[in-house]
Design a protein around this ligand. Structure first.
Ligand code: TEU
Length: 583
C-alpha cells in the first residue's frame, strides 16, 4: 500500500516526499546504532572508569534493547586530554580501557549477539604524545617530521603573532608556539595538533589504520570532524563564526543549526578525495562495511555531498538534532533531510543526543530560547536555568518516537533509553572537559552528558562498577532511572524504547517511505506532526490541547498514556503515537 492510494473515510490526505523502499539492502541504510561511550558505559576493573570488559559484560542489554549495531567512541591509547579524542596510538587500546585482546573479545561477543560494531576514527588531529608529534618537536623547523602537521612561522616582527586569526573550537587561539619560535595549528585542544592532509604519508598511514581494524572485523568507522581534514590553501584569516557555540541564539526560523560551518578550516572540496580513497579501502572487504561522517555542515545539500556514491555511507543529521520542538520546523527539516539524501541515493540518519551536547531529555525541558543545543561545549551549570525534568522527559520520549518512526537509520546515545537527564548541578571543580577552562569558564562543557550509567538502583554507584566508584558523581535521583528500576515496568522509558525498536523492525519502518499528512479529520496541522510510513501513522502532538485519533485507529505504540473521552482516543500534549488506520 502506498500512502496516496490509502482509501476509506478515515484516510488522511498526504504528500509523498520519500519512497526509498529498499528492504533487504545494506544494513546501514536502516540500522539503529547505539553509541557506547566507553568511559561511562560500564566498569569491569573497579577503578570507576568504564572499560571494554565492562562493555562486553553488559552487551546483552543492547541485544535485548533491540539495536542493530554499536558505535564505540575512542578507546585507543591516549593521554585523555580530550577523553580519548586525542589519540597517541591508533592501533592499540589504552590501558584504562583494557587490551587488544579485550577488544577482540568485545567484537566477538557483539557479533555473536548479532550486533555490528563501528569504531571511532580521529583523523583530523593526533595527541601531542603521538610518536609523530614527538618526533616533530625533536626535529625542529623545516623538517620532514614537522611536515606531517601544520607548523608555521608566526607573524609580526619576531613571529610573536599567530600565523592567522583562527580560534579553537574549545575556546582560545587555534595556535600554540613552541620555544623554537614555530607555531602549530590545533582546531581543538593544544594537545590535539592538526595533521597536514596534503602530506601523502598522512594519507597512507590512515588507510593502513583502517585496514588494521577492518582486518579485525569491525563493520565500519565513525569519522571524527570529517569536514575538517583539509584546510584552505594558505590558511587565510577568517572573521566569521567557526563554532556553533557563538551566535546560536540567532537560530533561523527553519530550525536549522544557525551557524554554517564554513570558513577556511571546514568543508573544503579536498576532503572528498580522501573519502573516495577510503571507500575503495572498505570496498575490498566483505560485509558492507560503512563510513559515517561526523560533519557539522549545512545546508543539507552540502552534507549530502559526503554520502555521494563512492564516498561515505552515512552522515550524522545535526540539522535534525538542532531543530526546535515545533511541528512546522520539524516537518521542514525532515523533508529537507530526505530530499537531500534521496538525491544522492543515501539513507538519511536521525540523531537527538550524543557525547558532545546536552541530552535531549534536558534540552527539551528548558525554555525555548535555551532548548536548542548550541554545539559542543555549552552545557548546563548550577547557575543556569534548570530544566523541567518531567516535561523534558515527556517531550524527549515523544521526540524519540518521531525519530524511530522515520525511514532511514537512527542513532541512540547511551542512557537515552533510560530517559537519563543531563547532570546539571555538577561541581565545577569536578569538570574534566577542556572546554571548561579553555573557554575561560564561559562554557560548562560536556561532562554533564557523560556521567556513568545507572544499572542497579540499590547498589553503590548504581552498579556502574564492582567497587561502586564512578569517575563523575551521579545525581541521587538517578535511582529511578536505573535499568533494573525500569525493566519489565510497563510505560517505563526503557520498555518504551524497547517496544519501539521491536515494532520498527517488525513493521520495517527503517526501509519505509514518508508521506506527510496534509489533512485529517479532527487534526490541527499547526501543532501536530503527522506522517505515514508504510501503513503506520506516526502522530506527535506538540500543542497544548489533546488531539482526537480517527475512529477505528489501532494504537500500536505511544510515548505516554493516552486518554479517552466519549469513546474517542485522545493524544495528550507532548505525546507521539504510532497507529494503524482502519482500511
Ligand atoms: O567533535 C567535533 C566537533 O567538535 C566539531 O565538529 C564541532 O562540533 C563543530 O565544528 C561545531 O563547533 C568531535 C568529537 O565528537 C568530540 O568529542 C571531540 O572533542 C572533537 O571531535 C575533537 O576530536
Amino acid at each position: 500500500m502506498t500512502p496516496e492510494t490509502t482509501t476509506g473515510a478515515l484516510a488522511p490526505t498526504t504528500t509523498l516526499v520519500h519512497a526509498l523502499g529498499a528492504p533487504g539492502g545494506e544494513w546501514w541504510r536502516h540500522a539503529v546504532i547505539y553509541q557506547v561511550y566507553p568511559r561511562s558505559f560500564a566498569d569491569g576493573s573497579g577503578d570507576g572508569i568504564g572499560d571494554l570488559p565492562g562493555i562486553t559484560a553488559r552487551l546483552d542489554h543492547l541485544a535485548r534493547l533491540g539495536v542493530d549495531a554499536i558505535w564505540l567512541s575512542p578507546f585507543y591509547r591516549s593521554p585523555q586530554a580530550d577523553a580519548g579524542y586525542d589519540v597517541a596510538d591508533y592501533r592499540d587500546v589504552d590501558p584504562l580501557f583494557g587490551t587488544l585482546a579485550d577488544f577482540d573479545a568485545l567484537l566477538e561477543r557483539a557479533h555473536g549477539l548479532g550486533l555490528r560494531m563501528i569504531v571511532d576514527l580521529v583523523p583530523n588531529h593526533t595527541s601531542d604524545e603521538h610518536v609523530w608529534f614527538q618526533a616533530a618537536l625533536a626535529a625542529g623547523p623545516g623538517s620532514l617530521e614537522r611536515a606531517r602537521y601544520l607548523f608555521r612561522p608566526g607573524k609580526g616582527a619576531d613571529g610573536a603573532e599567530p600565523p592567522n586569526n583562527w580560534n579553537s573550537i574549545f575556546g582560545g587561539p587555534a595556535w600554540t608556539r613552541l620555544p623554537d619560535g614555530e607555531w602549530y595549528l590545533h582546531l581543538f585542544d593544544t594537545r590535539q595538533p592538526d595533521l597536514d592532509w596534503e602530506n601523502p604519508e598522512v594519507r597512507a598511514e590512515f588507510e593502513d589504520v583502517l585496514r588494521f581494524w577492518l582486518d579485525k572485523g569491525v563493520d565500519g568507522f565513525r569519522i571524527d570532524v570529517a569536514h575538517g581534514l583539509v584546510k584552505a590553501a594558505g590558511l587565510p584569516d577568517w572573521d566569521g563564526e567557526s563554532s556553533m557555540t557563538e551566535g546560536a541564539e540567532t537560530a533561523p526560523e527553519d530550525g536549522s543549526m544557525g551557524v554554517v560551518h564554513r570558513g577556511p578550516m571546514f568543508d573544503q572540496e579536498g576532503v572528498h578525495e580522501i573519502y573516495r580513497a577510503w571507500n575503495r579501502v572498505l570496498a575490498a572487504y566483505d560485509g558492507d562495511r560503512a563510513l559515517v561522517a561526523e560533519a557539522w555542515v549545512e545546508p543539507l545539500e552540502r552534507l549530502a555531498r559526503y554520502v555521494r556514491p563512492g564516498e561515505m555511507h552515512q552522515a550524522f543529521n545535526f540539522s535534525f538534532l538542532t531543530t526546535r520542538w515545533d511541528a512546522g520546523a520539524l516537518r521542514r527539516i525532515v523533508t529537507a533531510s530526505l530530499e537531500a539524501s534521496d538525491a544522492v541515493g543515501a539513507p538519511t540518519t536521525w540523531v537527538l543526543s550524543n557525547h558532545d551536547i546536552v541530552r535531549h531529555t534536558s534540552r527539551l525541558g528548558l525554555a525555548e530560547a535555551n532548548a536548542r543545543p548550541s554545539g559542543i561545549g555549552r552545557g548546563i551549570g548550577r547557575d543556569d536555568e534548570q530544566p523541567d525534568e518531567a516535561l523534558g522527559l515527556r517531550r524527549a520520549r515523544a521526540a524519540s518516537l518521531v525519530m524511530l518512526g522515520l525511514p532511514g537509520s537512527a542513532y541512540l546515545y547511551q542512557g537515552e533509553e533510560l530517559g537519563l537527564p543531563e547532570h546539571t548541578t555538577l561541581d565545577d571543580d569536578l569538570r574534566q572537559d577542556p572546554t571548561w577552562w579553555r573557554s575561560g569558564h564561559n562554557e560548562r562543557g560536556r561532562d554533564g552528558c557523560r556521567v556513568p550509567l545507572p544499572w542497579a538502583k540499590d547498589e553503590a554507584g548504581f552498579g556502574f562498577s564492582p567497587t561502586g566508584a564512578t569517575w563523575l558523581p551521579q545525581p541521587a535521583s538517578w535511582a529511578a532511572y536505573a535499568l533494573d528500576a525500569q525493566q519489565g515496568v510497563g510505560g517505563s522509558t526503557y520498555e518504551t524504547y524497547r517496544n519501539a525498536l521491536r515494532l520498527r523492525g517488525e513493521l520495517e519502518l527503517g526501509t519505509g517511505s514518508l508521506a506527510w499528512v496534509d489533512a485529517m479529520a479532527k487534526v490541527d496541522a499547526e501543532s501536530v506532526l503527522a506522517f505515514v510510513n508504510r501503513d503506520v501513522l506516526v502522530l506527535a502532538n506538540l500543542g497544548s490541547d489533546p488531539v482526537a485519533l480517527p475512529d477505528g485507529a489501532t494504537v500500536l505504540h505511544a510515548s505516554a498514556a493516552l486518554e479517552a473521552s466519549d469513546g474517542v482516543t485522545l493524544v495528550p500534549s507532548d505525546t507521539t503515537v504510532w497507529v494503524r488506520l482502519a482500511a
